[in-house]
Design a protein around this ligand. Structure first.
Ligand code: ADP
Ligand code: MG
Length: 705
C-alpha cells in the first residue's frame, strides 16, 4: 500500500489562488483584482506593484528563486524564460529579491525564433508577453528549483497575437456578449456574464523508458515509424477499464498529486482501449483555465513518467494498427447566475431558450464545419481521424433520440408537444435497484456529440492544445447568437419570431445531424450526398483559415485579423512539412543504420548455416534456410530501393517554392514513400531472428510496461 494523501490539504498548494490573494493582498487591492478576474473589467496597472510584491513574497517563502512569463506560442507547447528575483547587489554586496508591477504585467521577449508566419520579420524581433490575471500564477517545482510561472498572452510589437491564448480570450469575450443577449431576450436580465466551460479528457500511452530510448522514431517523432503487429493487439478488449497495474497505478498517484498541488482538478483515470493506453479527465473549468491546465497536464504527464522510468506518449497515433489517442473537448456555456445554456431540462420541447441555443449551434457547426475540422488538424491526427477508432474527418452532430425527436416534431408540424423519456432500467434482478435511464444512449463515433448538458468535440488530437477548438467553437456560436439576437430584438411578436426562427434554423441545418455509426463507409457516402465536407488530411483543411467567410467571421468578432489568419495558415503548412520531413529522415536513419545492417547480418547467418549444413550433411533438407534467405534478400532489396526513393522525394519536395506547395508535396509524395519503406521492413521484422532486430518490438513496448 502506498502512503495516504490528504487531497484537500495539498490541492492548490502551489497556486497563487483566491485564498492566497485574499490572505496576502491589502483588502482594496484584492477587491479590485477580484473584480477584473470575475467581471472581465480592465486591469488597473496601479495595483500591479502591490500584487507583484505579494506574489513574490509568497513565491520566495515557498522556495522560488525565479519567475517566468509562461506563454503558449504557436508551436503548440508552452514557453518560458526564467529570470531570477535578485536585484543588483548593493554596496555591501547583498542582494534583495524583487518583482515589480511592471515585470508582472509586461514582459519583453526576443520572440523572433517563435513561429510568426510572416507576421514579424526577424529584424522586428520584439514580442511582448502580457499578464492574464484570469489564470492564476503557480509554482513549478523541478530540477531547476522552484519557479513562479505567470500565465501570459504573447503579442507582436503591433499587437498581433503570436500565441494561442490571446485569440481564446478574445473569443470568450465575443461569446459572452452575444450569449448575454440571448438570456436577456428571454427576460433573464439578471445574467451579466456567460463563460464557456471546458473539460478536456486526455488520452496517453505509457511505455518503458529504457525501451523508448532504444527507438529513434519515438525519440524524434513521438510515434513508431516501423513495427510489425504483435500476435495480440487490442481485440480482446481486456485493457479498457481493466485493473490498473501497480507500476501504472503508482504513476497515476504521483501524477494526480502533482496536478492537485497545481490546482488542476484531476478527476477520472482509467485504462483505455489499447494496451498501454490510459486516460485522465479533469473537472471542467472556464475555457482559458482549462486550456492552461491541459498544458500543465501534458507537461506533468511527461515529467512524472521520466521520473518513474516510463515515457509518456502524447502522439495521436504512436502505434499503427492500435488505437490512437485523442482529447475530448467537452464544452458548455455557463451564466454567472449558474445556468448552463446547454441544459435541456426534463422536457426539452418546452425549453424554448434551449431549442434556440441548439438551433444556433447546429447552424454554427454546419456553416463553419471547415473551421472546426481545421481546429483539430495536427500532423499526427491525419493517422487517427477516420481510422475506425476515432471520428471521421467529416463533421456532424449527434443529438440523441430525445432531441432528434423534438427536432422532427418541430420540422414537420411546426410545434413540439412532447419529449421522449428514458424510462426505467430493468435489470431483472430483484435485489438491484431500478434506475431512471438517461433519455438518450451514447454514441461514441460522432465527432460532435450532445451528451446531456454539453457538447463533446472528439476530433482534437491528444498532443494538441485545445485552444483553437475552443476559439472556433466560441466564435462560430457567437456569430449564430448574434444573428439570432439581431433578428429577435427587432421582432414585434417575440414568441412568434423565436418559434419561426428555431424552425427555420432546424430545417436549414438538419443535414448536420447524424445519429448513426460514424465509422462506416456508408456514412462517408451519405455525408457526401448531404454535401458535408470530408477534409481527410491536415493540408486540405488549412485553406479553411483563409476564406472570405473566415476573414469575416473572425474579423467581425475581433478574434483574428486577416493577417493573423494568413500567418496561421502559413505556420500550419510549415509545421506539417517539417513534421513529415523529420519523420522521413528518421526512417532513413533507422532503415539505413539499424534495420538494413541487422538484416544483412542475419542473411550471413542464414548463408553460413546453409553452407555448413550442406557440408556436414549433403542429403539434409535446406529448403527452409534457402527460402528464408531468398525472401529476406528480396525484402532487403525492396527496402533499399524504397529508401533511395524516399531520399529522392525529400530532396524534390524541399525544392518546391512556397510552404503550401511544399506541404502538399510532403503529403502526396513523402508520406506514400514512407509507407513503401515501412512495408518490407515490417515483414522483415517477422522473419528475422529477434536477437538481431535492432530495437524493441510493438509487443515489447505495449505489453511489457
Ligand atoms: P463522459 O465522457 O463519459 O461523458 P463525464 O460526463 O464525466 O464523462 O465528463 C467528461 C468530461 O466532461 C469531464 O472532464 C467533465 O468535467 C466534463 N464536463 C462535465 N460537465 C461539463 C459541462 N457542463 N461543461 C463542460 N465540460 C463538462
Ligand atoms: Mg468523453
Amino acid at each position: 500500500m502506498s502512503e495516504a494523501v490528504n487531497v484537500a490539504a495539498i490541492f492548490g498548494e502551489n497556486v497563487f489562488n483566491e485564498t492566497v490573494m485574499k490572505e496576502r493582498l491589502p483588502r482594496d487591492i484584492y477587491i479590485r483584482l477580484a473584480e477584473t478576474i470575475e467581471n472581465g473589467s480592465q486591469l488597473d496597472p496601479s495595483i500591479a506593484d502591490a500584487v507583484a510584491h505579494a506574489m513574490k513574497e509568497w513565491a520566495v517563502e515557498n522556495g522560488a528563486t525565479h519567475y517566468t512569463h509562461w506563454f503558449q506560442p504557436l508551436t503548440g507547447v508552452t514557453a518560458e524564460k526564467h529570470d531570477s528575483f535578485i536585484g543588483s547587489p548593493d554596496s555591501m554586496g547583498t542582494v534583495r529579491m524583487n518583482l515589480s508591477g511592471k515585470e508582472l504585467i509586461k514582459g519583453e521577449t526576443d520572440g523572433s525564433s517563435f513561429p510568426s508566419g510572416g507576421l514579424r520579420a526577424t529584424f522586428e524581433a520584439r514580442g511582448y508577453t502580457a499578464w492574464d490575471c484570469t489564470s492564476p500564477a503557480f509554482l513549478k517545482k523541478d530540477a531547476t528549483g522552484v519557479t513562479l510561472c505567470i500565465p501570459t498572452a504573447f503579442c507582436s510589437y503591433k499587437g498581433e497575437a503570436l500565441d494561442k491564448k490571446t485569440p481564446l480570450l478574445r473569443s470568450m469575450e465575443a461569446i459572452d456578449k452575444q450569449a448575454v443577449r440571448i438570456f436577456h431576450l428571454f427576460g433573464n436580465t439578471a445574467v451579466k456574464r456567460v463563460t464557456p466551460c471546458v473539460g478536456p479528457e486526455q488520452e496517453y500511452f505509457l511505455v518503458d523508458r529504457d525501451k523508448y530510448m532504444q527507438r529513434k522514431d519515438l525519440i524524434y517523432t513521438g510515434r513508431t515509424l516501423f513495427g510489425a503487429m504483435p500476435p495480440k493487439g487490442q481485440e480482446m478488449d481486456d485493457h479498457y477499464y481493466g485493473v490498473i497495474r501497480e507500476r501504472i497505478g503508482a504513476y497515476m498517484k504521483e501524477l494526480n498529486e502533482e496536478l492537485w498541488k497545481l490546482g488542476v482538478p484531476a478527476k477520472t483515470q482509467h485504462n483505455e482501449v489499447a494496451p498501454a493506453q490510459h486516460e485522465l479527465a479533469p473537472i471542467y473549468e472556464k475555457a482559458n483555465l482549462a486550456v492552461d491546465n491541459n498544458q500543465i497536464v501534458m507537461e506533468t504527464m511527461k515529467k512524472v513518467a521520466s521520473r518513474r522510468g516510463l515515457a509518456c506518449l502524447l502522439h495521436e497515433k504512436p502505434f499503427q494498427g492500435v488505437n490512437g489517442s485523442g482529447k475530448h473537448n467537452n464544452w458548455s456555456l455557463a451564466s454567472d447566475t449558474g445556468i448552463n445554456m446547454l441544459d435541456p431540462g426534463i422536457t426539452p420541447h418546452e425549453n424554448i431558450q434551449f431549442l434556440l441555443v441548439l438551433a444556433c449551434i447546429m447552424k454554427a457547426v454546419d456553416v463553419h464545419a471547415d473551421l472546426l475540422r481545421q481546429s483539430a488538424a495536427v500532423p499526427g491526427n491525419d493517422y487517427r481521424l477516420g481510422a475506425q477508432e476515432a471520428p471521421p474527418a467529416i463533421i456532424s452532430i449527434f443529438v440523441g433520440e430525445q432531441i432528434e425527436d423534438v427536432i422532427d416534431q418541430l420540422c414537420s408540424t411546426g410545434s413540439a408537444t412532447h419529449s421522449k423519456t428514458g424510462g426505467k432500467l430493468m435489470t431483472g434482478v430483484t435485489t438491484l435497484p431500478d434506475f431512471d435511464k438517461d433519455a438518450t444512449d451514447r454514441n461514441r463515433t460522432s465527432p460532435f456529440a450532445f451528451t446531456g448538458n454539453k457538447f463533446e468535440f472528439r476530433m482534437v488530437g491528444s498532443s494538441d492544445s485545445v485552444a483553437e477548438s475552443n476559439v472556433v467553437l466560441n466564435t462560430i456560436v457567437a456569430e449564430a447568437f448574434k444573428e439570432a439576437a439581431d433578428e429577435l430584438e427587432a421582432a414585434d411578436d417575440f414568441d412568434l419570431a423565436v418559434h419561426n426562427l428555431i424552425k427555420r434554423l432546424l430545417v436549414e441545418h438538419r443535414r448536420i445531424i447524424f445519429n448513426g455509426n460514424g465509422y462506416t463507409d456508408a456514412w462517408v457516402e451519405e455525408a457526401a450526398r448531404r454535401g458535408l465536407l470530408n477534409l481527410k488530411c491536415m493540408v486540405d483543411s488549412i485553406p479553411s483559415l483563409v476564406t472570405e467567410k473566415a476573414f469575416k467571421l473572425f474579423g467581425d468578432f475581433g478574434v483574428y485579423t486577416k493577417a493573423e489568419l494568413e500567418a496561421r495558415a502559413e505556420i500550419e503548412y510549415e509545421a506539417y512539412a517539417k513534421s513529415v520531413n523529420i519523420e522521413a529522415k528518421t526512417m532513413i536513419d533507422m532503415a539505413g543504420k539499424q534495420i538494413i545492417p541487422a538484416v544483412i547480418r542475419y542473411t550471413i547467418v542464414l548463408a553460413n548455416s546453409l553452407s555448413a549444413v550442406r557440408a556436414a550433411c549433403p542429403e539434409a533438407d535446406v529448403s527452409v534456410q534457402t527460402e528464408l534467405l531468398l525472401e529476406t534478400s528480396d525484402l532487403l532489396s525492396e527496402m533499399k530501393a524504397a529508401l533511395s526513393t524516399l531520399e529522392e522525394k525529400i530532396k524534390t519536395c524541399a525544392a518546391r517554392e512556397g510552404m503550401c506547395e511544399r506541404a502538399h508535396a510532403c503529403y502526396d509524395e513523402i508520406v506514400p514513400a514512407m509507407a513503401a519503406l515501412r512495408a518490407p521492413a515490417d515483414r522483415l521484422e517477422m522473419l528475422v531472428d529477434k536477437g538481431y532486430w535492432p530495437f524493441p518490438s510493438y509487443g515489447d513496448l505495449i505489453f511489457e510496461v
